[in-house]
Design a protein around this ligand. Structure first.
Ligand SMILES: NC(=O)c1ccc[n+]([C@@H]2O[C@H](COP(=O)([O-])OP(=O)(O)OC[C@H]3O[C@@H](n4cnc5c(N)ncnc54)[C@H](O)[C@@H]3O)[C@@H](O)[C@H]2O)c1
Length: 310
């Protein structure tokens, strides 16, 4: 098949491309390199099945493809808050353009949505039936509401044009090729620890998150794409850890001498996040397989090479 991956030079997109290329598909990677990096995909340069397009999805484009994995969007608060209006344009105009592209050539379309559509959730764990608790005027709203409207658009293309759609609600994912400076909790702690700096915990560290290793997530995305389910599906690791637990785990693994310090909690930071993955288990026969310490070992090794060089 010929498969378009928008945001393919980013963290998750580049791992997805690796899997699709190994399966023998023709892959078009489309990216504007806002947060993506050519090094993430440079190992495919020169391969006849691989094509790289520098393009911003807020501008329309016509391509002949069988499937679209739509991932293009900055994913970390540091990056999506740097230019909030651009983030909204990417989620709204960009998603409309990619849905239009898929409609024209009758391609199957998968939206990379997010657990942020649940906002600061009032029910735990979050199942796909939960409608969420999002502050539409807060500093995270450009991303959260942007993704919510991207989902709305996707389902309107299904209802109005019978487009073949899939929607993955992705929970925190980590692994090799995360950016050093993206402010996400796993990369922050690893980078701080490797540099011998204190690990910064926001609040008292009792807020919880779940962490899914990237190979598990990519497997889930591919199974969802191959399934016949058009409803949203949560993809994430249900194992719940406090931020303080994560900090001390990484501290022990990288540099037991580094210290942990506490800073004020940012606005609208969710207290708890934990996916209910019943749908993914029943519909896709999927569940995460890589334990946190194993995933962290691989991620730390990758950061160590990039930061220290050995
Ligand atoms: N990583 C996570 O934990 C997580 C969690 C939930 C949802 N997601 C979603 O998964 C997708 C990929 O996330 P990621 O972690 O790989 O982030 P990332 O920032 O590494 O990748 C996003 C990619 O999209 C590209 N991009 C951004 N705006 C663009 C535009 N206007 N036109 C073309 N390309 C553009 C960036 O250059 C980058 O390569 C995103 O849609 C994100 O919202 C990620």
């Amino acid at each position: 098949m010929r498969i378009l991956v928008t945001g393919g030079a980013g963290f998750i997109g580049s791992h997805l491309i690796d899997r699709l290329m190994h399966q023998g598909h023709e892959v078009i990677c489309l990216d504007n390199f806002y947060t993506g990096d050519k090094r993430n995909i440079s190992h495919w340069f020169g391969n006849n099945n691989f094509e790289l397009l520098r393009h911003d999805i807020t501008d329309p484009i016509k391509l002949e493809v069988d499937r679209v994995y739509h991932l293009a969007c900055p994913a970390s608060p540091v990056h999506y808050q740097a230019n909030p209006i651009k983030t909204i344009k990417t989620n709204v105009l960009g998603t409309m353009n990619m849905l239009g592209l898929a409609k024209r050539v009758k391609a199957r379309f998968l939206l990379a949505s997010t657990s942020e559509v649940y906002g600061d959730p009032l029910v735990h764990p979050q199942s796909e039936e939960y409608w969420g608790n999002v502050n539409c005027t807060g500093i995270r709203a450009n991303y959260d509401e942007g993704k919510r409207i991207a989902e709305t658009l996707t389902f309107d293309y299904l209802r109005q044009h019978n487009l073949d759609v899939r929607v993955a609600r992705i929970f925190n994912t980590y692994g090799e090729r995360m950016q050093e400076n993206d402010g996400r909790v796993v990369s922050n702690f690893i980078v701080q620890s490797l540099r011998g700096k204190p690990l910064t915990v926001y609040g008292d560290g009792s807020q919880t998150r779940s962490f899914c290793y990237v190979s598990d997530l990519v497997e889930g995305l591919m199974r969802l794409m191959d399934s016949d389910r058009t409803e949203p599906v949560n993809l994430g690791n249900p194992g719940e850890y406090t931020i303080l637990e994560l900090a001390t785990t990484i501290q022990k693994m990288v540099n037991p001498n580094s210290e942990v310090i506490f800073n004020p909690l940012p606005q609208d930071d969710p207290r708890r996040r934990q996916p209910d993955i019943t749908r993914a288990m029943q519909w896709l026969d999927w569940k995460p397989l890589v334990p946190l310490e194993e995933g962290l070992t691989r991620t730390i090794a990758d950061f160590r090479t990039r930061i220290i060089g050995n």
